[in-house]
Design a protein around this ligand. Structure first.
Ligand code: PLP
Length: 392
């Protein structure tokens, strides 16, 4: 049998995600001078648009780099080797950011959490109150942990920091929530927001950003730690674009279009669409795992379920590798895998960005098909449950 996949690839990986035709077409044009008036105007419009998505009136910097670059920019500007940061554990990405901090010479404390239940934020204020000499310079959070499909209540974390009267900065990674799940940088008192291009912003990978509060800018200004490419002060001097190096004009052509799409739909409607599609996905997974023999939702806290990615835990002793291999090799469906200690133990369905009901139902139906051909035990009927959820 010829099993070479045909037709469009169904991309249900939690990032990079589907790039809409409109964005691709907007990028399909000749280069322009990045110092030209035309590009400066596009750049300004994009800055303003991204700030509306972040819900901030403060300062934004963008980088020619994937999300790791924005992670490093936040750490390099604010801290000096020997400084202590507290990371709220969420899963693989929180630990990866912590690992980067350690590599940069920072001391990292971990506010530990069960990855399936999420951190107990009611204990955070007490934890911070014990730090009487304010050694902790920042609390690092991952708003949406892509590896576990869980959101973190960032506003509650700010409240806990205020309750403890702790002056630490609050940093938040929104790489897999920005443009998919509501996020309010200024209202939540976040000092640095880290974002990337390839998920809710519906662009190729390669551009990332930091929203920076006035308080964080002041800390950065006083920080003597060596840095160059990420240096916000140097970037401020790069008039008119505040961009280090050659600006990726095509990314901005795409960003201008994706911001237009987000604003045409309306951010609130975008978040509601993600909520509907996520709930349908969860409805399917709940049926698959019904009776306890099939795959189940990894996240065990109903109020923390992510609306941009669903992490699905495999039954004990069943690897997710053959299922994901069947999905991609035979049916052209790309599913995410487990990361770090969860490798082989889960698969992840991304439902963020440019996605609608037929795309999601296609991915769910094909996941059932791939489970069937790869011998994964599950209760059939997940797709029916998803349809029911979408018509509710
Ligand atoms: N943080 C989160 C929450 C992520 O999901 C990712 C990547 O998926 C990253 C950080 C790293 O970003 P990048 O792969 O763009 O460097």
């Amino acid at each position: 049998m010829n099993t070479k996949p045909r037709g469009r690839q169904f991309f249900a990986n939690p990032g990079p995600t589907n790039i809409p035709e409109r964005v691709l077409r907007a990028m399909d044009r000749s280069v322009i001078d990045f110092m030209s008036d035309e590009f400066v105007a596009i750049h300004h419009a994009c800055h303003a648009g991204v700030k509306r998505v972040l819900k901030t009136d403060q300062t934004l910097y963008m980088y020619n780099a994937s999300g790791h670059g924005a992670w490093e920019a936040s750490l390099a500007n604010l801290f000096t080797a020997g400084d202590t940061v507290l990371i709220v554990e969420t899963g693989y990405f929180s630990l990866s950011w912590a690992e980067m901090a350690t590599s940069l010479g920072l001391k990292v404390e971990v506010f530990a959490a069960d990855w399936r239940k999420g951190a107990d934020i009611s204990k955070l204020a007490d934890h911070l109150k014990k730090d009487k000499t304010h050694e902790i310079k920042a609390v690092l959070t991952v708003h949406n942990e892509t590896a576990t499909g869980m959101v973190l209540p960032v506003a509650d974390i700010r409240r806990a920091m205020d309750e403890a009267k702790h002056p630490a900065l609050l940093l938040s990674d929104t790489i897999s929530s920005l443009g998919s799940i509501d996020y309010k940088m200024d209202a939540w008192g976040v000092d640095v927001t880290v974002g990337g291009s390839q998920k809710g912003l519906m662009l190729p990978t390669g551009m990332s950003l930091t929203g920076v509060s006035d308080k964080a800018l002041e800390v950065a200004r006083k920080n003597k730690a060596p840095r160059h490419y990420w240096n916000w002060d140097l970037m401020n001097g790069r008039s008119p674009q505040k961009f280090m190096g050659t600006a990726p004009v095509h990314m901005f052509f795409g960003l201008q279009e994706s911001l237009k799409m987000l604003e045409e739909e309306g951010l609130e409607a975008v978040f509601q669409r993600h909520g509907r599609l996520a709930e349908a996905t969860r409805a399917a997974v709940r049926v698959w795992g019904d009776g306890g023999k099939g795959p189940q939702l990894f996240c065990q806290s109903d109020d923390r379920l992510s609306n941009s990615v669903t992490a699905v835990l495999m039954p004990e002793g069943v690897s997710s590798d053959p299922l994901r291999k069947a999905a991609i090799d035979r049916f052209n469906l790309s599913l995410g895998g487990g990361l770090g200690p969860l490798m082989g133990k889960m698969f992840r369905i991304g439902h963020m960005g440019d996605l609608n009901e037929p795309m999601l139902l296609g991915a769910l139906a094909t996941t059932e098909l791939a489970m069937k051909v790869s011998g994964v035990p599950f209760t059939p009927g997940g797709v029916d449950a998803a349809i029911k959820s979408l018509t509710a």
